[in-house]
Design a binder for this molecule. Sequence first.
Ligand code: DX5
Ligand code: ZN
Length: 215
Amino acid sequence: MAPIIAPSILAADFANIQKEVEMLNESSADWIHIDVMDGVFVPNISFGMPVIAAIQKHAKKPMDVHLMIEKPERYVAKFRELGADTISVHYEACPHLHRNLQQLKDLGCKAGVAINPHTSVELLEDTLQDIDLVCLMSVNPGFGGQKFIERTYQKVRRLREMAKAQNTELLIEIDGGVNSENAPKLIEAGADVLVAGSFVFRSDDPIATIAGLKA
Ligand code: DX5
Ligand code: ZN
């Protein structure tokens, strides 16, 4: 099955956000990945509600919102209202993850959990049945344009194995440093969704780059 491609708007030209979203609408991208950073959970601040509302105004594809923020329960209802189809919270930011997942389900969106490179997939053993999507960070969250961490392949394989036993519908998403070289290997290891920021937006022909990843 062809992978779900989710270009990360973090790498887009914010001065031309409408044009960038229209380009994604026209492309074979499946989702639009939206990185929200609070400067506390991660050492960087990206953007918040008004920018997401601007993206939503033009987007014709589902919005995949990745929350790199502390206490995400304060804001998830608002992100849902702004049109998020998938919302991922960070395992490391949620001491009551089970409750966070319940909240996301109640809001009617796909419930996602993102895990940092140092976090073992085994830690999801007791929540996997309640998760729609696991976002495996293949860089340390906070910045685009970083180098892919090779250990990720093993994590994908292990998580796919766990999912076979516990949640056959689970989507595995890879986020960080994805390019045409690692994409086929990630899919082969069991990934379903590929997020790509710089590789798409820094390329000469983003539409062709997206099509290449999809193929
Ligand atoms: C990193 C973000 C990623 C980022 C990926 O904290 O979660 O989604 O935009 O960018 P690239 O593809 O450039 O690594
Ligand atoms: Zn992300």
